[in-house]
Design a binder for this molecule. Sequence first.
Ligand code: C5P
Length: 221
Amino acid sequence: MGYSIAIDGPAGAGKSTIAKRIAKSLSFVYVDTGAMYRAIALHLIRQGVPPGDSDLIGKVCQEADITIRYQDKEQQVLLNAENVTGLIRTEEVGNMASASSVNPKVRLKLVELQRALAAGADVVMDGRDIGTYVLPDAFLKIYLTASVKTRANRRYLELQKKGIPCDLAQITEDIEERDHRDMTREFAPLKQAEDAVLVDTSSMNIEEVADQILKLYKEKR
Ligand code: C5P
């Protein structure tokens, strides 16, 4: 993982869009760690585990075998050998992922997989604890953020475009709740690593953000 890039930040900051672009531009492997938490969440939902039952979450998550494969350079996530890539983008799964990722057993299960992927290739990995915990020696660390208002608006427009009914006030509330959970959990909380560069995307478009990160990378190499 000589030149791997860690991109962390809160929900809706644009991490995955940016990380994908950077990976493509540098011919690195893109690793979406949120998808892994979502796949475990899907398993928990299917098993009927309530989001507040941390003992049961710790137990049932052990039955979820998560693997990653790449098809046409796109990451696919497998849950007990089933390709669940297309099933994990719902709000229900997102909410369960947010609640269950607080659990250290869930996190410890995935960190091995994440480190193994970075050991095998230069990666652009996005998540919440990549620069602080998963890859503390990443070549470049970015903390990508934007105001709650901007992130909620982006999410609202995205859902509207897909024709999914939604409510801006509700989205704002959800984002605030997820931020709070990610930032205040005991084990590997979301925070800017000391050596991470802060990029606030509130008044930037995708192109500008990607260009800035690529510039930082090239200056450092
Ligand atoms: O990024 P995404 O929304 O797909 O992540 C789903 C949930 O998984 C987040 O709300 C977050 O709580 C959790 N997560 C995490 N650590 C990561 C990636 C995601 O806790 N590295």
